[in-house]
Design a protein around this ligand. Sequence first.
Ligand SMILES: *Cc1c(COP(=O)(O)O)cnc(C)c1O
Length: 443
Amino acid sequence: MANTPFISKRAAAYADIPDDKWNNWRWQLSNRINTVEEFAKVLNLTESECEALSAPGLFRVDITPYFVSLIDPNDPNDPVRKQIVPVASELKPFTAMMEDSLAEDRHSPVPGLVHRYPDRVLMLVTTQCASYCRYCTRSRIVGDPSATFSRAEFEMQIEYLKRTPQVRDVLLSGGDPLVLAPKILEEILTRLREIPHIEIVRIGSRVPVFMPMRITDELTDMLQKFHPLWLNIHVNHPNEISAELAEACDKLTRAGIPLGNQAVLLAGVNDNVHVQRELVQKLVRIRVRPYYLYQCDLVEGAGHFRTPVAKGIEIMEGLRGHTSGYAVHQYIVDAPGGGGKIPVLPNYLISMSDHKVVLRNFEGYITTYEEPTDYMPEKSAKFLGSKRPEPGQTGITGLLDGDEMFIKPEGFDETHDRHGLQHRLKDVKKWMPLGIGEEKEEK
Ligand SMILES: *Cc1c(COP(=O)(O)O)cnc(C)c1O
C-alpha cells in the first residue's frame, strides 16, 4: 500500500447531489440516514440489520451520507458498516454488562464533569454526535435529542474548575464537541482559557471522520486562538482514511493542533495485527499519532464487539519493533467500576538480579543489560521538582516515594483484626527453647 493515494467515495444514491451541498457539513448533518427505507437506498440490508433497525428502544442511529459512502453496500461484514449499522446481536445482554461501566457518574462533582484523575478532567459538553457508534461507551446519555447543551450545567462546571486548581488539563468530549454551534464551542473555549491554572485543552471528536467537511478554515481559525489545543480523532479501520479525512487533518495540523487517534478494539472490525498495522501506518501518513487502542467496554449493545484481552496483547506484539515507534499506540483496558485506564502490553523484561536485567526484543532475541552498582539518585533540591498539592491518588508512585508503606484493599483492617487475643508467643519466657531466652533451670 506504499503511498497509495487516499481515495474519495460517494454512494451511488448520492451521485446527483451537487458538490456544494455534499461538501457542506450542514447538508451532511440534516441528511443523515436512520430508517430502514433510507438505508435500503444505500446498502443491501441484511435480515439482522432490518430487525435491529425496527427494534424498540434501540440506541440512536444516524449516519452521515459521507460516512455511509465508505461502506461496500454488498458486504455485510464491511468493517465500517459494523461500527455504525445496528445488528440484532446488539439487543443481547451479556455477563458483566453495565450501563455506566466506567462509573463516570460517580466521579462527577457536578453534572457532566468527570474528575477521575488528579490533574485533568473530562467535560461532557453535548450529547450529540455526527453519527453514532454502535459500541458507544456513553450510550446511557449520548444521542438523546432532548438533552442538548445546558447553560446552567456549563456554569456549574466552570465554577468547579475555577475552584479546583489542580486541574491543568481539560478534555472536551460528549457527545462530540465539534457538532456544537460554532459560537457555543467558541464560548466554552474562551471561558476555559480565562482560568489561569488550565494549561491545556483537548477535544475528543469523531467529526473529522464522520464529516470531514466540518473542518473549515473558519473553524481552524477559531480553534487556533485557544492554543495549546490538542485533538484526538477516532479511526478504527484503514478504510476510514479517505482523501477528505486526510485534508481535514492537514488543516488541523497546519493550525498547530497536534492530532492523536483513539481506536477501539472491535471484533470483526480491527481485531487483526495486519489491519492494525495498516491503520496505524496510514494514520502516521496523515500526521495523526496513534494514541490509545481501547479494549471494548462492558457496555450495553457492545457484547458482540468484545475480544479477549489476549487479542490486544497479540496486536501490540505485532506492532512494537515491527513498525515506527510513532505508529505504536498504547493498548488500554479502562477498568470497569471506575478504576481508570490501565495500559497492558506484552512482557519484555524476562528476569533480573541485583546487577543485571534480562530482556527480550520483538524478534525474540534475548539480551542482558548490566546495571550500575554505584548509582546514587541526585538528592539536591533542584532535581526534586514539586510534589502534587493534593494528598492521596499517588498510588504505586507514593509507595516508591516513601510517602506510604502499603496500599490496602477495602476492609483489610477489619478482616485481619482478631480483637487483641494475645498471641502465645508473646509470652516469650515460657516458650523459648532452653538456652536462648532464659537461664537453664537448676536440676
Ligand atoms: C480518558 C480520560 C481522561 C484522559 O486520560 P489520559 O490518559 O490523560 O488521556 C481524563 N478523564 C477521564 C474521566 C477519562 O476517562
